[in-house]
Design a protein around this ligand. Sequence first.
Ligand SMILES: [Zn+2]
Ligand SMILES: [Zn+2]
Length: 297
Amino acid sequence: MKYLSFAILVTFLIYSQACKDDDSDCMELIWYQDADSDGLGNPAVSLSDCEQPQGYVSNNSDTDDSGIISASRTPESAFDDFNDEAVVVSFDGNEITIESNGLPNHTSPYWDSSSDMYIDPVVAVSGQMSPGTIRSGSYSLTVPAAPVKASTPSSTGLGAIGIAVTGVPIFNDEEGPNIALSAQVASGFDYAGGHMGPTGYHYHLESSDVSENTLLSHNDHELVGILQDGFLIYGRKCSSTNDYPTDLDASGGHTSSTHHSGDDQFYHYHIINEFYLDNRILLFGVDLQGTPNAFAR
Ligand SMILES: [Zn+2]
Ligand SMILES: [Zn+2]
């Protein structure tokens, strides 16, 4: 009996050694939990695995994995770019509130003809312009001062998904509930990429390169606005490289510095450098990587 036990043990040892040989090209590494998705792992929570598990990173230098301190704060100087006649920005510790009356500081054929901001259409096709004239509205958005990426992206809905530097709400690629923009509707957009809707004047597209356009981002690295998850959106180029970024995620986002942040890196979006309808470029028609905050009207 004793001899049999020994034989079983020897067999087991040979078997386990064989197993180990089979797995010899798998090298286990230690992975640290990254609960706040900032790329830094929590040294207190680790496991070993041959492949990187979801939610884990090889870095172990996160001193606070809850997401508040390790996340990058949105550079406050970015808000100096907002139209201060329409937009009031309040900083309250961990939150930023952006309130706007929605009135742009640029000319448009959508202003009432009595307004000194009214111009005849230069980009919009008169017969395709949507009815109504620009009027005062009320948009209020409160976002975290240090927004973080959510575990899953969120789709955007109809209505305001952000506020542009001019104070005008940013819309996505929908013109009605689950109705995509059409080339016909877009032909009524002004040079700012905006038009009227039931809730007021709003932008869908990047602005056009016309001489009347003196302040909106067109094919450059200027700030476009802030989206409802609290991340800033810039033009098609990034000031960190002075070129079109090549490391964007599916939402047009990446982590880098901008001209507002010095050397500090933070996550932000760019207008994706792709044509949407003919030669028009959408401001934002993809998913949000952060958690959307609701607009208070
Ligand atoms: Zn619209
Ligand atoms: Zn960038």
